[in-house]
Structures are given as C-alpha cells and as structure tokens.
Design a binder for this molecule. Structure first.
Ligand SMILES: *Cc1c(COP(=O)(O)O)cnc(C)c1O
Length: 234
C-alpha cells in the first residue's frame, strides 16, 4: 500500500518550493487530489491527512464514493468529459465542474443545479493547441460561454482548466501552459471575475506553478501509479 500521508506531505512541499522559486504568493496554489480509480478507504486516508478536495472523472464510479464519504464533507470536482445525459446527476452531487466546454452542457448543468445547494462552480476547459484529446473549448467558443455561465443564477464562473499534451522538458511544458495563462489573464483584463487557473498534474506541477496555476490536479504523486486499464487513460 502506498504511504498516502507521506506522499501528500511531499506534494505539498513541492508546491511550496515552486511557489518560492517562481515568486508566487505563499499558499496561492491549491491541491486537488485526483481520486479516480481509488477506493474510499484510500480516500479516507487522504482526508485524515488533511485534504478536502477530490477530483473524479467518471460519474458512475464517483456516485457511490460521494455517498459513502458524505459525512466527511469533502468537496467534489468533476474533471472528466461531461455527457449531456449525466448533467443532472453531476449538478446534484458535485461542487465544481472543471470540464465545461459547450454552451449546451453549461445550460443543462445550471438548470439542473438544486437551488438549495447554491451555484455550481465552473471552469471552462480550454483545448490547448497540441492537446491530443478533442475536449475543450476553442478560443472562439469562449466568448459565448463566458456570458452564458456568468448570467446563469445557478452557475458561478471560476476560471479555466487545461490538459496540455504530454511533454517531459520543463521548457516545453511551460510553453503550452503559458497559452492557457495568457487566455486567463486576458479574461481578467477584460474584467471577467475569475480566480482559478487549473493546470498542472503529477508530471508538470513545477511548470504549471511557474506559469501561474492556482490549482494543481494531482493523482499519481499522491496515490501511486494507477492500474493501466482502458478506463483511466487520460
Ligand atoms: C487523471 C487526471 C489528473 C491526474 O493525473 P496524474 O498524472 O495522475 O497526477 C489530472 N487531471 C485530469 C483531468 C485527470 O484526468
């Protein structure tokens, strides 16, 4: 079994070191633990070690975990592709959705969000050029997505999310992440009230913090290598 608590300490330390190295404000980068494929007893260890934010990619896998861990009250982030027939359950069970890339999906999530839960936090997923998967909004889609999300009373626009193509060198990682940062900064300059730039995974955490990430999404470095079945290929 992995030593979850030790791994979490190491990741938090890496974040801290990168914040210092790149003159980021201390504590400005939050850690989202990606718990896909992990059973609830492992997630409980992460909760005991102080983590309260968990990302899940698959609704069917996540629902029983959310139900079982409900009394610990962690925050749940949906980080997989959103199918339109799943929007209701996602809106009812998650606190954030990081992977909104279509107007129709945004509308459906907002309309299905139970009012008593308050607005659902939304990040627009951007298709960073060079990304292998086709998910993510293109630049031309963002301009219509922003007002739609901002005007929906049951949605709260928080920022952007991206999954760049896999690179191994820091320099190459930084250049694709920089594109996402530039879009984020141009939104802020236009007065769009966004505070979340979600980028950076286990292999590009340092590059992401160097380029201004406010939320890194870490699976492997916390929970160990996932069993490589078809379901969890990213
Ligand atoms: C799996 C996944 C992660 C975590 O990746 P690691 O390399 O295991 O840290 C982050 N973001 C998304 C969207 C993922 O699907």
């Amino acid at each position: 079994m992995e030593n979850i608590e030790k791994n979490i300490k190491l990741v938090l330390q890496q974040i801290h070191v990168a914040e210092q190295k790149y003159q980021r404000e201390m504590g400005s980068v939050s850690l989202l633990a990606v718990s896909k494929t992990q059973p609830t007893n492992i997630i409980k260890m992460a909760i005991s070690a102080g983590l309260m934010d968990f990302g899940e990619n698959y609704l069917q896998e996540a629902l029983p975990k959310i139900q079982e861990l409900g009394r610990y009250q962690p925050n749940w982030y949906f980080i997989g592709p959103v199918q339109s027939n799943k929007t209701r359950q996602i809106a009812e069970n998650f606190d954030w959705v990081l992977t909104v890339d279509k107007e129709k999906i945004a509308m459906r999530l907002g309309d299905a969000r139970p009012p008593e839960l308050g607005p659902l936090n939304i990040c627009i997923q951007i298709n960073i050029s060079g990304e292998e998967s086709k998910s993510g909004a293109g630049l031309s889609d963002i301009d219509s997505l922003i007002p739609l999300i901002m005007e929906h009373p049951q949605l709260r626009l928080r920022g952007l999310m991206g999954i760049p193509a896999l690179e191994t060198k820091l320099h190459d990682q930084r250049s694709s992440l920089r594109q996402l940062r530039e879009i984020f900064e141009s939104m802020q300059k236009r007065g769009v009230p966004v505070d979340t730039l979600s980028m950076g995974m286990s292999n590009d955490l340092e590059a992401a913090i160097a380029e201004g990430a406010t939320m890194v999404r870490i699976g492997t470095s916390i929970f160990g290598q996932r069993i490589n079945n078809k379901k969890n290929i990213r």
